[in-house]
Design a protein around this ligand. Structure first.
Ligand SMILES: [Zn+2]
Length: 230
């Protein structure tokens, strides 16, 4: 039974090579990276939009505070002008200076906000550019990827036909275990025991496993989960 599964695995290696050639191809990688970008673009745009909205609201409230403050500064300046009491004039003058300081603080915060808003706008422009480029890449490499897959279809079908033949000689339960691991991208799936170690990860097998190998054809490595035979 093991010989049949080994023969199956040997042929399966050819299928695996084709799969790897396709999945490792520039065509697939570039198609996938463009798709990933395009899938996330709405989210990125929405985040930028939200940021722009928040900044704009903040700017409005700053501008309102600025206006109110500058009105007050002006009122105080007028009051100082008509004030004959030197002490009161001195106090008002000091108050006006303090408010002017706060006003200039507000102005520099507004300037920083403007700069931040410009940054968001330029991010938007960049996003548009990148989206366009990603669309072009997706179209171009998507087509090439499809062509690459089509060019391997004949070969793939031939190997699959051979595998279907070979499968007939393998115990169905064992075949199912093999296929489940193969689906999980494990390859090779079946290894020979190396002395008392797993042939794949070289982990020492337990006494129980070694005993089981005396009666069972195939066991599973506790460490790397590959299938092991004597
Ligand atoms: Zn192992």
């Amino acid at each position: 039974m093991i010989q049949e599964l080994l023969a199956y695995q040997q042929t399966d290696a050819r299928l695996r090579a084709i799969e790897q050639e396709i999945s490792g191809s520039e065509e697939r990688k570039k198609t996938a990276s463009a798709k990933k970008f395009l899938d996330g673009v709405n989210e990125t745009a929405a985040a930028l939009e939200k940021k722009a909205k928040d900044l704009s609201a903040l700017y409005d409230s700053l501008a309102a505070a600025q206006k109110e403050l500058s009105d007050t500064v002006r009122e105080i300046a007028n009051a100082v002008e008509g004030c004959e009491d030197t002490n009161a004039a001195g106090y008002l003058h000091k108050k006006a200076e303090e408010l002017a300081g706060r006003l200039s603080g507000l102005e520099s915060r507004a300037a920083a906000l403007t700069e931040e808003m410009n940054g968001v706008l330029s991010s938007f422009a960049q996003l548009r550019k990148k989206t366009q480029a990603a669309k072009e890449q997706y179209n171009e490499y998507g087509r090439k990827y499809k062509e690459l897959k089509q060019s391997r279809e004949g070969e793939t079908a031939a190997v699959e036909k051979e595998l279907a033949e070979l499968e007939k000689a393998v115990d169905p339960a064992l075949m199912a275990r093999y296929k489940a691991k193969r689906k999980d991208k494990m390859f090779p799936v079946l290894y020979e025991v190396k002395g008392n170690m797993c042939g794949k990860c070289l982990m020492e097998l337990s006494m129980a496993d070694l005993n089981r190998l005396k009666t069972e054809e195939v066991i599973e490595c506790d460490n790397c989960r590959c299938l092991l035979h004597k």
